[in-house]
Structures are given as structure tokens and as C-alpha cells.
Design a protein around this ligand. Structure first.
Ligand SMILES: Cc1ncc(COP(=O)(O)O)c(C=O)c1O
Length: 400
């Protein structure tokens, strides 16, 4: 093993850094998952996780990664051959639509440019054209982690309502949950998919389905085969705080502390901290003279920024240089963006000092690789972090 002094800077857009109090809770001895102590833990986290989704409805917690919760959202609500309407925002929306094909569903995918978010008017148009109501669900990604674009989910809800269409609304919040404002109930979302390893500051291994009453009703009719991911047994076991199979006991111990930390800081303050880090990052990137992958200001992501390097420069070589010189990991470009962009994660357990360390490390890499950039990006970020910058308007409010 080679020891690198100082903490590794994990600045990929998830998994994120896990704070010590959460690590300490996970390191506690495993408890009996059928004993009384677990029942209390289960009831505690199952109830309090609802706040993060802004829902009063049940949230299912699976011992799996986000991909499992994607599958759960589909298999619990749909039947073989059902059509869904999806929007191509980037790599993750594309993977989700590939999964629908594998599950014998039929996705109608509205093509996107990987630089902007879901176009609500295109969703409305497609739903209006579907007079026979063949489309059973609209499935979109709230924060596209491959591009750093956040879509306006309230606008998608309005589009479905304006078209008077009964389709369910399924939303992936894997890289926005606990980082960017999301309102499951208010926005009429039927299934919200989440994961533990990003805004919730936990290691990977827990994934969520927040479900509406309409989704529960749909699950009674849905014919896709399911067993492990089925909601029914989960919901009945969860009533007393238990699970139908062995849950991720230690991660749930960590989740309880993660919820404490979020509660202590206040959800709105958590969002504001992410907004500020994102703005400071963009100011640095703009100052350096690089393009941000997201083209639409109202859709800038507060949990990550994808940065385009000028032609002729390899984003992967830059990331490699930075890792060697500063012990910091940055996100790579995915799919067609491979080697074209690098992604700065500024989410989860993240402070002003972490951000300045991150941006300074990027500058070290740029300089070392001889990539032309304008010196002073870190100072531009400091202007934001020290309050000398215009106030932040959150993307959702800006679009309303
Ligand atoms: C938006 C989004 N959706 C889905 C996934 C897949 O989740 P997982 O890798 O936890 O299975 C990811 C992973 O990064 C993601 O960012």
C-alpha cells in the first residue's frame, strides 16, 4: 500500500465524503435486525427520511445501489409492454431507458443535447398526442450527474396536468436528494428514486423509493415480475420498523446520524450551502476561461459542475495529473463526453475550505499540464464565498 499524506479529496459527484460521526455510527457493532433496538432504529429512519424527500408518504429503503431503486420504481408500477415517456438528458437518463427495454417496457425517448434539461413543453406535446393514454409513466432525471444539468420537475408536473394525462411521474433524484430542493408531494411525483452515497453523505449501499398513494394503487395492478424489490412486503414489515429480509443494519445506523446532521444544519441551509459552492465553482471555471457543460443558467446544478476542456486537451490526463499531484479525484466524462469534460462534485459533506482546496488542486493540474487558463479562478470563488457576489437565485425559483 502506498500512503499519501493528508486526506484524499473525493470530489467526484458521488459517492461523496462520509463525515466522521456517520462513519462512527456505521462502525458500531451490528445489532439484531429482529430485536427491539432495531425496531426503534427502523421506525426512526423510515419516518425521518420523509423530510428529505418532502413527503408524508412512505419511503422504501432497499439494501442496494441506485440502479436497484430505478428497477423497483418500474417493476412495481408497470406491466409488460407498457409505454413510458422519457427524456434524454445524458448518460443516466440513457441507462434508465436501456433498463426499461430490458424489462420488456417500451420507452418513447425524447432526444436531448446533453447540455440542457427536460423540456416540459415537449413532454406536454407528446402526452397531448397520446389521446388513447397508452403512455403509463413519464420518467425523468432531476439532476443529470453526467452533465451537471438540473431539470425543472414542477414544470414537468404542470405539463402532465395541462395535457390532462393520467401517466405516473417517476423521478430520479440520486444526485440531488439532500443537495438540491426537491418536493415529492408538492410536485405530485409518484415515485422518487434516491441513493445514499451523494447528498446523504453515506457510503453506497442504500437506495430509496418515495411513493405516492397513486403509485401504491398502480402497484396493485402492475404485472411486471418482482420479488425482492416488491413494495408490498416491505410496506407491511416497515409498519413496525422492520424489513422482510436482512437490512443494511450498519448503514441504517449511519443514516440515522446523517438525518441528525441534516436536521441540525437545516434542509434549506443545506441547499443554500450547495448553491453557494456551485456558484463559486462556476465563477472559477468562467474565470479560467472554460465552458460549463450546462448551457442554461436556470438549470445549473448545485451538486456538480461539468467543465469542458478546450479542443486538443485531454480531461482524463488532467484528472490523472491532479490525482498524482494533489491526491484528489474528479469525475470523468461519461459516454460521448469521455475525455472531453471533467466533473467537479461539490455535494454532501462540503465546506468553503473543501471547495477552495478542490479548485486550487484543479489549478495545479492545469498549470502542470500546460493547459492555457486565466490565473485567478480561485480568487473569483473566494469573492462568492466571502459574500462579495450577487445573491443566488435558485434554479427552481428562477424558472417559475
Ligand atoms: C442520476 C443518477 N442516476 C442513477 C445512478 C445509478 O446509481 P448507482 O450507481 O448507485 O446504481 C447514478 C449514479 O451515479 C446517478 O448519478
Amino acid at each position: 500500500m502506498t500512503y499519501a499524506p493528508g486526506r484524499h479529496f473525493l470530489q467526484i459527484p458521488g459517492p461523496t465524503n462520509t463525515p466522521l460521526p456517520i462513519l462512527a455510527a456505521i462502525a458500531k457493532p451490528t445489532i439484531d435486525h429482529r430485536g427491539p433496538e432495531f425496531g426503534e432504529l427502523g421506525l426512526n429512519v423510515l419516518q425521518r427520511i420523509r423530510t428529505v424527500f418532502k413527503t408524508e408518504n412512505p419511503v422504501i429503503i432497499y439494501p442496494c445501489s441506485g440502479t436497484g431503486a430505478w428497477e423497483a420504481a418500474l417493476v412495481n408500477t408497470l406491466s409488460p409492454g407498457d409505454r413510458l415517456l422519457m427524456f434524454e438528458t445524458g448518460w443516466f437518463s440513457t441507462l434508465w431507458s436501456s433498463m426499461t427495454n430490458a424489462l420488456d417496457l417500451r420507452p418513447d425517448v425524447i432526444r436531448g443535447d446533453w447540455r440542457t434539461g427536460v423540456k416540459a413543453d415537449a413532454i406536454e406535446e407528446a402526452l397531448r398526442a397520446d389521446t388513447g393514454h397508452g403512455i403509463k409513466a413519464v420518467a425523468v432525471v432531476h439532476n443529470e450527474t453526467s452533465t451537471g444539468v438540473t431539470s425543472n420537475i414542477a414544470a414537468v408536473r404542470r405539463a402532465i396536468d395541462s395535457a390532462r394525462h393520467p401517466a405516473l411521474l417517476l423521478v430520479d433524484t440520486i444526485s440531488s436528494l439532500g443537495s438540491i430542493d426537491f418536493r415529492h408531494d408538492e410536485w405530485g411525483v409518484d415515485v422518487t428514486v434516491g441513493g445514499s452515497q451523494k447528498g446523504l453523505m453515506l457510503p453506497p449501499g442504500l437506495a430509496f423509493n418515495a411513493i405516492s398513494q397513486k403509485a401504491v394503487a398502480a402497484s396493485k395492478r402492475a404485472k411486471l415480475r418482482r420479488s425482492f424489490l416488491g413494495w408490498d412486503e416491505m410496506l407491511s414489515a416497515n409498519e413496525k420498523g422492520y424489513f422482510p429480509y436482512t437490512p443494511s443494519t450498519n448503514l441504517l445506523q449511519g443514516l440515522k446520524v446523517a438525518l441528525d446532521l441534516i436536521e441540525e444544519e437545516g434542509l434549506d441551509q443545506v441547499f443554500a450551502r450547495h448553491d453557494r459552492a456551485a456558484l463559486a465553482t462556476r465563477r472559477a471555471v468562467e474565470h479560467w476561461g472554460f465552458e460549463i457543460q450546462c448551457r442554461n443558467e436556470a438549470e445549473y446544478s448545485s451538486s456538480l459542475t461539468a467543465v469542458r476542456l478546450p479542443d486538443g486537451h485531454s480531461a482524463d490526463e488532467l484528472r490523472k495529473e491532479i490525482l498524482q499531484r494533489t491526491n484528489m479525484s474528479l469525475g470523468n466524462g461519461l459516454g460521448p463526453l469521455a475525455d472531453r469534460v471533467f466533473r467537479i462534485g461539490h455535494l454532501g459533506d462540503f465546506s468553503n475550505a473543501s471547495l477552495l482546496g478542490t479548485l486550487s488542486s484543479v489549478e495545479i493540474g492545469l498549470k502542470a499540464r500546460g493547459i492555457p487558463y486565466r490565473i485567478g479562478g480561485v480568487n473569483a470563488a473566494i469573492d462568492v464565498l466571502s459574500g462579495n457576489s450577487p445573491p443566488i437565485v435558485h434554479a427552481v425559483e428562477a424558472a417559475e
